[in-house]
Design a protein around this ligand. Structure first.
Ligand SMILES: C[S@@+](CC[C@H](N)C(=O)[O-])C[C@H]1O[C@@H](n2cnc3c(N)ncnc32)[C@H](O)[C@@H]1O
Length: 208
């Protein structure tokens, strides 16, 4: 504890060092928080607040998503909420598919276009700055998702209504409630174990 002298506290050098460290740590914590919120904030020009903040899927998990979805040449792969476009870019570059990147945040779409150009696949991908709930997904043969549980549930009727029988839906991390996945894969990513789910759109009579 410091000793009060007039209007001031005198601290021993050990106390001063502890106090200084506390302030440095508090400042570091606050800047991390600001950086996180800043990184997740939608960029100017975004039509409305995104339903899910941006967080990229680790490439190791992307490869499992494409594998589980059996993505191949001839497929049209949509990523609803595509972020920097990594899933669609990998589908086109590594598996010969075509793709559609959809994101509500124009900054993400600009990044995806830039990344696709650098990967030499921009001419095989369409880029839509759009709310995924308004996107026409009827031409998709595979849909990739990394959203949130409630967004998956809200999207489920649209997937079942608009996609053709046999189209695959692959979701990183979140399931579809009572629509049980056909397959599940676990991937140990750099932060923790990640789950990837696969569904196939059934014929109309069996749709929910
Ligand atoms: C968790 S990130 C996933 C990014 C990418 N799919 C991946 O796995 O690397 C979710 C993305 O969805 C976008 N997003 C959120 N709500 C959306 C909406 N209603 N319509 C379109 N995109 C949306 C965000 O801008 C963000 O880029």
């Amino acid at each position: 504890m410091g000793m009060k002298v007039g209007a001031y506290f005198l601290y021993s050098s050990a106390e001063a060092r502890t106090g200084l460290w506390r302030r440095v740590l508090a400042l570091f914590g606050a800047s991390c928080l600001v950086a996180t919120v800043w990184a997740q904030a939608p960029s100017p020009g975004t039509a409305r607040a995104p339903d899910v903040p941006y967080q990229p899927t680790e490439m190791k998990v992307v490869q499992v998503m494409l594998q589980l979805g059996r993505v191949k040449a001839g497929d049209v792969v949509y990523d609803l909420g595509c972020g920097d476009g990594r899933i669609v870019i990998a589908a086109v570059r590594d598996r010969g598919a075509r793709g559609v990147c959809v994101d509500i945040d124009p900054q993400r779409i600009a990044e995806a276009q830039d990344n696709a150009r650098r990967a030499g696949v921009a001419d095989r991908i369409r880029f839509l700055t759009q709310d995924l709930f308004e996107t026409d997904i009827s031409q998709a043969s595979a849909v990739m998702l990394f959203l949130w549980p409630d967004v998956n549930l809200a999207l489920r009727p649209k997937l079942l209504r608009e996609l053709r029988p046999g189209a695959r839906v692959v979701s990183h991390m979140h399931d579809m409630g009572e629509w049980k996945p056909q397959k599940t894969a676990w991937v140990s990513a750099s932060d923790r174990e990640r789950v990837v789910y696969l569904w196939t759109i059934p014929r109309p009579a069996r749709r929910r």
